[in-house]
Design a protein around this ligand. Structure first.
Ligand code: NDP
Length: 435
């Protein structure tokens, strides 16, 4: 703990895992005395580097770039790249640590990693984004590769940024490989990858609801965020018969009591993916909706909540409000959106609660499928990828139930996901010796 004392998000993520995994280790002799968890919290490698670029006004800009190569016990490092001004070592180590368990849960051979930069894409021109991506990749290219470390997108990094980074990698290395996932369809991307995290989150919630004989049909759903994950969570929840009434960004949330249907979602996609604008623009076109500035959507009454924006965006008080309003299911699309206090509220209320490392694993799982297609030099159909995604989410759900269900039949998905994720990585680390 001392070593990482100034890394609060990392400590938070480790504590959550340790609280459930240490009791499991204490009951299972084979995992004892090998410093397994102690080794898992220490990244195999951390790379930090200068990223310099020239803005449109001709000024030199300096940012800091990172890649955390956390754990390669079960496969090449794999995890997204985040461009956001809040990026620092603590945030990326928490994400890389979570990623190791998440990737293990997918059943695919992927280790854990994460990277990014404290670059703020907001308000930057397309040329500035390209120059930044090229400069970032000029250094990162020395440390990654299709069999070494395969980054993907995350906050602030979507198809456009992955494309620019892939182009630069190819130029520097003179090789066309599956070194990044989330690529465009014309150059090795997988169908359903853009949809995968949001869809997977909803599939996971569907599996949880089914344990109670319930479904999305007729349910009111509150979603936070309006980026990649939120957009496709809204789409799938709506397709399954739910009514999604909110979307948000860092400026506030919109509430639309009529529900965000396909047409309205297309407008959100235009605001966010084409114009790089604000969610408040929604009310200009749909005046029945209301924009609530500076707040998060958890005060809106719902049956199901899907936090899909960012870490620590749902606190203990907000969790209490959700439960008091009758919410029966929370499935995290973002990474660690619920604070420890919020998780405690959900578990004490014994509602269905899925931690991101289980319920948002569909994104990286489909990235794994993109890697397979690249290696085979084949493309699977949407239906095929979607079916594999559904199967993977059902398998992750089953693993959580196996390791997280108590004598009274209540499933603690936090415990289930942590222990199931731990077991596979631990087995591989034990077999590979003290490295
Ligand atoms: P995007 O950049 O596409 O969208 C992020 C959304 O979250 C935006 O609406 C953004 O609003 C909002 N947001 C970001 N930071 C903050 C903040 N500090 N406070 C409030 N709102 C904020 O990212 P993604 O949709 O890809 O990622 C969302 C979450 O899902 C992250 O936690 C990510 O790690 C996780 N995730 C993503 C995966 C993927 O495949 N993309 C896979 C697994 C997890 P604004 O526009 O105002 O910044």
């Amino acid at each position: 703990a001392k070593r990482n004392a100034n890394e609060p998000e990392f400590m938070q993520a480790v504590k959550e895992v340790a609280e459930t995994v240490i009791p499991f280790i204490e009951q299972n002799k084979k995992y004892q005395n090998k410093m397994l968890l102690e080794r898992m919290v220490e990244p195999e490698r951390v790379i930090m580097f200068r990223v310099t670029w020239i803005d449109d006004a001709g000024n030199t800009q300096v940012n800091r770039g990172y890649r955390i190569q956390m754990n390669s016990a079960i496969g090449p490092y794999k995890g997204g790249i985040r461009f956001h001004p809040s990026v620092n070592l603590s945030i990326l180590k928490f994400l890389a640590f979570e990623q190791t368990f998440k990737n293990s849960l997918t059943t695919l051979p992927m280790g854990g990693g994460k990277g990014g930069a404290d670059f703020d894409p907001k308000g930057k021109s397309d040329n500035e984004i390209m120059r930044f991506c090229q400069s970032f990749m000029t250094e990162l290219s020395k440390h990654i590769g299709a069999d070494t470390d395969v980054p993907a997108g995350d906050i602030g990094v979507g198809g456009r940024e992955v494309g620019y980074m892939f182009g630069q990698y190819k130029r520097l290395r003179n090789e066309f490989t599956g070194v990044l996932t989330g690529k465009g369809i014309s150059f090795g991307g997988s169908l359903i990858r853009p949809e995968a995290t949001g869809y997977g989150d909803v599939y996971f919630a569907q599996n949880m609801l089914a344990t109670k004989g319930d479904s999305f049909s007729g349910k009111t759903v509150v979603v936070s965020g309006s980026g990649n994950v939120a957009q496709y969570a809204i789409q799938k929840a709506t397709q399954l018969g739910g009514k999604v009434v909110t979307a948000s960004d860092s400026s506030g949330y919109i509430v639309d009591a009529d529900g965000i249907d396909a047409e309205k979602l297309a407008y959100i996609m235009e605001i966010k993916n084409v114009n790089y604008g604000r969610i408040s623009d929604y009310v200009a076109k749909y005046p029945n909706a209301k924009f609530v500035a500076g707040k998060r959507p958890w005060e809106v009454k719902c049956d199901i909540a899907l936090p899909c924006a960012t870490q620590n965006e749902l606190n203990g008080d907000e969790a209490k409000t959700l439960v008091a309003n009758g919410c029966i299911c929370v499935a995290e699309g973002a990474n660690m959106p619920s604070t420890p206090e919020a998780i405690e509220v959900f578990l004490n209320a014994k509602i269905l609660f899925a931690p991101g490392k289980a319920s948002n694993a569909g994104g990286v799982a489909t990235s794994g499928l993109e890697m397979s297609q690249n290696s085979l030099r084949l493309s699977w159909t949407s239906e095929e990828v979607d079916q594999r995604l559904k199967d993977i989410m059902a398998n992750i759900h089953a693993a959580c139930v196996k390791y997280g269900t108590d004598a009274n039949g209540y499933t603690d998905y936090v415990k289930g996901a942590n222990v199931a994720g731990f077991v596979k990585v631990a087995e591989a680390m034990l077999a590979q010796g003290i490295v």
